[in-house]
Write a protein that binds this ligand. Structure first.
Ligand SMILES: [Mn+2]
Length: 404
């Protein structure tokens, strides 16, 4: 059996307010082609389909269109679980339509699908957190743990009923659940686990959003399902192996979702797996449709030159500009006219701020505000901001008059 493991599509995600849907559409198009070209029997998407619990309609449309093309009316099995960014209820609400096409969407820990026979495969058995499928004469047992928030985990396994139970950590309880689900594995089936969790030691990026602040929702390596031949994980956006001993992998996200994700290629795993054997894993890499660039420049002139040189490239860019003087609105305008999609211009002022030079009594509040703004941001305050400040100042004055 040949399956592809991907995750963290984050459809609808933007970069500082700039939509990434165009890139996501290109990725989805290429992904369908990749799956068809490689004769993939099953597609596993390990959570974070969307970026928010309330995704834009366009993102939902793109997702439905893509998975429906992947499933091709029951020709191919498509298995999807929810991640920490998805609303599990809403993600799985498509089930009445999806199930008919061979698309399995699992929202909660212990969610289950139903037995069904399709053109290209059969769901032989379906129970809480486990399904058995037969694809082209091969059988697979798949255990699933969609993102187990503490609340959802408690709802799935019940609240601790004695002191000893209550002492157990989140990781231990996840481990117990995995071990229980693993009982379903059989010697003559392909045995796979799918989950969306944060395994201890994983290398994060800026775009994942911590699964929970404080890190209490970490899962120890020892609590992973040890009997699975392959563990398909979602959550971390950098592709990586999550355990030395087990075949536990994060596929990573298909696109660079933050500027610290520039240094490595994005991809997915194509896995060839037979019952009782080790998996043959092939990492494949996706195109970088619109790279994120960070330009570090000495002076505004260099920044403007970079804008000129990159005019013909389709990129997202961040600028860090070392400068002695404040960067004016007209200089920023010039940069933005030359180069599209500049996400951020960050001046690093190299001159010293001399407090003694400022005589507070000599200057108006407006002048002082402008100087302070320039000093703290390296930029000229925009006209509207200046007006707003002056408005507030004059209101304060009025108030004082009234109270006196
Ligand atoms: Mn994610």
């Amino acid at each position: 059996m040949k399956f592809i493991h991907t995750s963290d599509w984050h459809l609808g995600k933007s970069l500082e307010g700039h939509s990434r849907l165009e890139e996501q559409e290109k990725f989805c198009e290429d992904f369908v082609k990749l799956v068809n070209d490689n004769d993939i029997d099953m597609v596993i998407i390990a959570g974070d389909i969307y970026d928010t619990s309330n995704p834009p309609a366009q993102a939902e449309k793109l997702f439905y269109k893509t998975v429906s093309r992947l499933a091709n009316n029951g020709e191919r099995c498509v298995l999807i679980i929810s991640g920490n960014h998805d609303n599990p209820e809403r993600l799985a609400a498509i089930t009445p339509l999806a199930h008919e096409q061979g698309i399995i969407v699992l929202g909660y820990p212990l969610s289950s699908t139903e037995k069904a026979k399709y053109e290209g495969f059969e769901i032989l058995d379906a129970k809480e957190g486990c399904l058995k499928v037969e694809i082209k004469g091969e059988k697979a047992t798949i255990i699933t743990l969609p993102y187990p928030s503490e609340k959802r985990l408690n709802e799935a396994i019940g609240n601790p009923n004695n002191n000893e139970e209550a002492q157990k950590t989140y990781s231990e309880r996840v481990g117990e659940l995995f071990r229980e689900l693993e009982e379903n594995f059989e010697e003559d089936t392909i045995n796979i686990a799918v989950s969306h969790i944060f395994v201890v030691g994983g290398e994060g990026t800026d775009s994942e959003r911590p699964i929970q602040l404080g890190g209490s929702l970490l899962v120890e390596k020892k609590d992973l399902p040890t009997k699975a031949q392959y563990i398909a994980l979602g959550h971390l956006h950098k592709p990586q192996k999550a355990s030395d001993r087990l075949n536990a992998y994060y596929s990573g996200s298909p696109l660079q979702y933050s500027k610290d994700e520039r240094s490595y290629a994005k991809g997915a795993n194509i896995v060839d797996l037979k019952a009782g054997e080790s998996p043959i894993i092939q990492s494949i890499y996706f195109k970088n449709y619109k790279p994120i660039e960070v330009f570090k420049c000495n002076g505004i002139e260099e920044a403007i030159k970079i804008c000129e040189d990159n005019q013909d490239r389709d990129i997202w860019s961040y600028f860090e500009i070392k400068t002695e003087h404040v960067i004016s609105q007209s200089e920023i305008k010039k940069m933005k006219e030359l180069l599209d999609d500049i996400i951020e211009i960050r001046p690093i002022i190299t001159s010293e701020y001399n407090e003694e030079e400022i005589d507070v009594n000599e200057k108006s509040m407006g002048e002082l505000f402008k100087e302070f703004y320039q000093f703290s941001t390296g930029l000229d305050p925009r006209g509207e901001l200046m007006d707003l400040f002056l408005d507030i100042i004059s209101e304060e004055g009025d108030l004082e008059d009234e109270t006196n």
